[in-house]
Design a protein around this ligand. Sequence first.
Ligand code: B12
Ligand code: SF4
Ligand code: SF4
Length: 230
Amino acid sequence: MGIDRSKEALQTALAPHGLSLRGGFVPTAADGLAALPEGRPVVVVWMVGVIGSGFWPHFKASSFFNDGLPDPLDRWSRAIGEELAERFGGRALFPFDGPPYHPFQRWADRAEATQPSRMMLRMHPEHGLWHAYRFALALADGQPNPAVPSPSTDHCARCSDQPCLRACPVGAYTGKAFLLETCARHLHSDAGTECMQSGCLARQACPVAPGKRYSQEHAAFHMRAFVRSH
Ligand code: B12
Ligand code: SF4
Ligand code: SF4
């Protein structure tokens, strides 16, 4: 019997890790993706990510969380992505490998109905800003449904208050740019304790998908990782 490389088989393989299949897209020559082993062309790229804090207990229970080595979440993602790539006869691509980085946000827009938000993070019609990508799987067979973004799901276009652009105590989100150094300086100061403990205040000000907001523990983990590298 051949290997089952269907979307359903992939979903089943991701579920025990709390990871979600975030749609897929058919790459073109312009994507420049190298052929798979034995010269098989890539016919689908499946996007794999997290929604809310659903994956957190799985990651926390893994050996990576407490081993004291750097980048535990990236190493957890790599272990799962590479095991699945081998099992499904494809290649895993990671958002953190770079620079140059794979254009995960542009890929996301081709795989699901995500759109750039005023915070530049991708806005998902149901998950809001509370989602991210852990890896993509390039496979030699499979067929994704095309992503169809709809103007009716463009939350930012209908958000007249835009509280995300006012909530940052140091104005790091301007609506056109993210002022990395301004944010990092604040986080390294005593005044940044609230962001460090509860997560980015600007992101939390977004009223979309409140039920999917990251848990305090999960949000603080990302803030610590961000501060370590900036
Ligand atoms: C480098 C990087 C950063 C850098 C610099 C970002 C920059 N603008 O140059 C810094 C340190 C600032 C950063 C910060 C954060 N990042 Co970041 N970052 C990345 C990373 C690793 C590479 C981005 C890149 O250069 N891609 C290459 C280009 C060619 O790909 P791209 O798809 O075209 O992406 C660019 C465009 O989409 C553009 N863009 C995004 N929105 C819009 C909107 C418009 C209108 C336009 C014109 C362009 C534009 O910005 C992207 C980066 O340049 C990506 C992962 C990845 N591989 O994409 C994560 C990623 C973008 N980051 C992510 C996150 C969550 C964050 C943080 C919230 C921190 C965190 N980990 O919690 C902050 C928020 C800051 C912010 N507003 O983006 C997520 C976003 C998830 C989402 N929902 O969209 C990603 C996809 C990582 C992931 N694993 O999911 N990040
Ligand atoms: S607060 Fe409003 S403008 Fe800002 S990201 Fe959320 S929906 Fe978009
Ligand atoms: S983490 Fe804090 S300082 Fe940085 S952008 Fe968010 S609200 Fe502003």
